[in-house]
Write a protein that binds this ligand. Structure first.
Ligand code: ARG
Ligand code: ZN
Length: 421
């Protein structure tokens, strides 16, 4: 039966095509150094285009932009760079090489039962939290903040003692491709728990005062998709009605000053803000969780990669919050803690809209502006946007995850010690 054979063939091909991973052969990571207002304006226009994937962009001292271009896009935009004399330098000729290197780095540890310092999968991270809670029931527990479109749990690890009073929120993995961040949340959970149990004085001091609520994966659907299919996916996986493009940028979806700049109404954009503020299950889950404990939060930390930045609010406007100086001084204590635990080179602090670009609907703006949490920050982990390992971007090999974890733990604990009453 020819029709049946055709049907089987189509099904088979479809399945194979679905199972295939997105490839990044000869995709180039390019650094641009625009100087004139026109050059800067052009890049801002291109940023809207699907084939112009800006990875980092900084505007302090001089504008510097890292952008990933497919081979076709590279040909097309290179002409523009020449015509408009925009200085362009290739940081990485073939991104697939980085993706492969990262996979090789993970193959070495894949069968290890210990996920600390690894790019672990969603189910491994859930079991890690469950096992800690079962082993140390008086110190560790968990709560499901909500569920995702693909029905995954948003499991918050809670670490607290009988004397903990004030609350600290830490989340990771809001952007799917930022793999070093869930690994860092796991690292922090592990450090706090093992530190407390072994009598480490800093862990004891902090846990005597703070309780930690840590969500290692804000966007587990997107995260799993980056492991199975498209390594450089950023958004969640919620389909958009009326469009074939999937996903919302969760860090443009929070309901404070939503859609007031630096986000898009186009569902195909990587910075799509969603159909309305707080339209997404993940955003709602985090907000509802925070709102359950009004007045009890001292700090809200949301962790991204990459760039080595410790951002204060606001993202939506260049106007500084009234207590900016104080917020930035505490951030600097965090940076000193990072230096004390790693190399710390290249880290800077300040308002994200002034250092980077304006972006509305970000979670730390909501935490600061709506929830009223004073010490609300957004951290961007290693690598830096220039210097050592910067050409890896999101595809940082797994053996750097412990360094990221260690320095971030050092930074956050130093900062928290400084705000502790
Ligand atoms: N790089 C991240 C992003 O583009 C964070 C930017 C800082 N936060 C903010 N609310 N603008 O989403
Ligand atoms: Zn991010």
């Amino acid at each position: 039966n020819f029709n049946l054979a055709l049907c089987v063939a189509v099904l088979l091909f479809g399945t194979l095509a679905l199972a295939e991973k997105t490839r990044y052969d000869n995709y180039k990571l390019v650094n641009l150094k625009p100087k004139t207002p026109l050059q800067i304006h052009l890049i801002t226009e291109w940023e809207e285009k699907a084939d112009f994937d800006v990875w980092t962009r900084i505007k302090t001292v001089e504008e510097s932009v890292n952008v990933l271009l497919s081979p076709q896009a590279f040909v097309k935009y290179s002409v523009m760079f020449k015509i408009f004399k925009i200085p362009a330098q290739i940081m990485e000729e073939n991104m697939q090489r980085n993706v492969d290197e990262q996979e090789r780095s993970m193959a070495l540890t894949r069968n290890s039962k210990n996920i600390v310092g690894r790019y672990a999968r969603y189910t491994e991270i859930q079991s890690f939290i469950d096992n800690l809670a079962a082993t140390y029931p008086s110190l560790v527990s968990s709560k499901i903040a909500g569920r995702t479109y693909e029905n995954r749990n948003l499991k918050v690890a809670i670490i607290k003692t009988s004397t903990s009073t004030r609350k600290v929120w830490i989340d990771c993995g809001i952007h799917a491709r930022e793999w070093v961040t869930p690994a860092t949340c796991v690292w922090i959970i592990n450090k706090l728990v093992t530190g407390y149990n072994s009598g480490d004085s800093l862990a004891r001091e902090l846990l005597g005062y703070f309780e930690f609520h840590i969500l290692p994966l804000v966007n587990p659907d997107g995260y799993e998709y980056t492991h199975t299919t498209t390594r450089l996916w950023r958004k969640n996986r919620n389909p958009n009605s009326g469009s074939s493009c999937i996903g919302t940028d969760l860090n443009r979806n929070y309901g404070f000053k939503w859609l007031t700049g630096g986000s898009s109404t186009n569902p195909c954009s990587d910075v799509y803000a969603g159909r309305s503020g707080d339209s997404e299950l993940e955003t709602q889950a985090v907000e509802n969780y925070i709102k359950q404990y009004p007045g009890q939060w001292d700090s809200f930390l949301t962790i991204h990669s990459y760039g080595k930045w410790w951002f204060t609010p606001y993202g939506y406007t260049q106007t500084l919050p009234s207590d900016f100086t104080e917020l930035n001084n505490k951030a600097k204590i965090g940076l000193a803690g990072i230096s004390a635990s790693g190399d710390g080179s290249g880290w800077i602090s300040g308002s994200s809209s002034r250092i980077l670009y304006i972006a509305s609907g970000g979670s730390e703006d909501w935490a600061y502006g709506t929830a009223g949490i004073k010490y609300s920050y957004c951290l961007e982990l290693r690598p830096g946007q220039s210097g050592t390992d910067s050409f890896y971007g999101f595809t940082l090999p797994e053996d750097r995850a412990p360094k990221a974890g260690e320095e971030t733990y050092g930074g956050i604990t130093a900062f928290l010690k400084s705000i502790k009453a």
